[in-house]
Design a protein around this ligand. Structure first.
Ligand code: AHG
Ligand code: MN
Ligand code: MN
Ligand code: MN
Length: 332
């Protein structure tokens, strides 16, 4: 069996599509290596004493899990010495992390959610890592301002999901491709080339415990789905909610669906729940590159001009026709 590894895939992209300069390829390989390390830590769980809280809070006031902290440090240390980055930003850091003076500085900016779905760590349910790559604007210091670029400017984005198998799903703007970690060989094998999200779906994902806070367009949309074959949609819909964005988005890439973390009365003061730079934007690029759509309900996620590193936004993404319907309800 001839197996295409991540390295071969990236070199071919560099050669044929001219999409990946050598230092971007290095960056992606380093992220993939870091993710492999995180996968080992996640897999050891209680044996390594890695479950539970770290006893600290992050900038958003969330209690950090031990694995949030470990995954963050793995990504920071893996990426600081390669010479490909100008700076990094993370859910778990208040401010950008600069490359130590002892190492050369590159032109890229790396943003990540080191451990997504951390409420699922202690219950042994899939978690993940999300990342986004931007170019540092020319003649600009890599301060917070440099990171505040629209999602359309991402040069690469992706996520890892630590599930029954560990997968890396990646886009460099030439479709969305999935690699599965072969644990014995330690290599990433291309198993899901050019993933396409079905345009229609009978599956939705939303935290329905918040329904009383939703805005009218979301109330209407979900009510119609719940009426099933007896309602205006004339068919039954099924619901899933993992509460790890990576796992919910991964399911949608695999078999279609719509994911909503909308604006509601409770999260309105913060602008939404999910974070634009390291959750919404990378996932929106992955989904759009797979033929799906990603919106706030009012505009495409990728068109938002970020106002801050940890800005939150509403997110509605997945099967194109369903996302378009929710957007239409918002416009009415
Ligand atoms: P994180 O663990 O990185 O802070 O992200 C958690 C996010 C996301 O993964 C998930 O979709 C959502 O929060 C879950 O929210 P609920 O607790 O409202 O279900
Ligand atoms: Mn968190
Ligand atoms: Mn997250
Ligand atoms: Mn996180």
């Amino acid at each position: 069996m001839s197996r295409v590894t991540l390295t071969q895939f990236l070199i071919e992209q560099q050669r044929n599509q001219k999409m990946i300069p050598a230092d971007l390829r290095l960056l992606i390989e380093v992220v993939a290596r870091a993710v492999k390390t995180i996968s080992v830590h996640v897999g050891k769980g209680a044996v390594a004493g890695l479950l539970g809280n770290a006893g600290t809070d992050n900038v958003q006031g969330e209690a950090q899990k031990k694995l949030d902290v470990v995954a963050n440090e793995v990504l920071l240390h893996a990426n600081e010495w390669g010479g490909h980055l100008a700076a990094m930003a993370s859910e778990e850091l208040d401010d950008p992390s600069y490359i130590p003076k002892t190492y050369p500085k590159g032109e890229y900016l790396l943003v990540f959610d080191p451990l997504d779905g951390s409420s699922n760590i202690d219950v042994n349910i899939s978690v993940g890592t999300i990342f986004s790559v931007l170019r540092c604007p020319a003649n600009m210091e890599p301060t917070e301002e440099a990171f505040l670029q629209t999602g359309r400017r991402q040069v690469a984005a992706g996520y890892a999901v630590y599930g029954p198998s560990t997968m890396l799903v990646l886009t460099v703007g030439t479709g969305t491709h999935g690699f599965t970690l072969d644990r014995e060989f330690g290599s990433w094998v291309l198993t899901h080339g050019d993933i396409r999200i079905p345009e229609d779906t009978k599956e939705f994902a939303i935290n329905a415990s918040r329904s009383r806070f939703w805005e009218p367009p979301v109330q209407r949309y979900i009510a119609e789905l719940q009426q099933g074959a007896d309602g205006p949609r004339g068919q039954d819909f099924n619901m899933r909610w993992v509460a790890s964005m990576v796992a919910d988005v991964h399911r949608i890439l695999a078999r279609g669906g719509i994911f909503l973390y909308p604006l509601d009365e409770k999260n309105r003061p913060r602008g939404g729940h999910l974070r634009l730079l390291y959750e919404a934007n990378p996932m929106a690029m992955v989904v759009e590159q797979a033929g799906g759509a990603a919106s706030t309900g009012r505009e495409p996620v990728l068109d938002l001009v970020p106002q801050g590193l940890h800005q939150r936004v509403p997110v509605i993404l997945g099967s194109r026709h369903e996302v378009e319907r929710v957007v239409a309800y918002h416009a009415e």
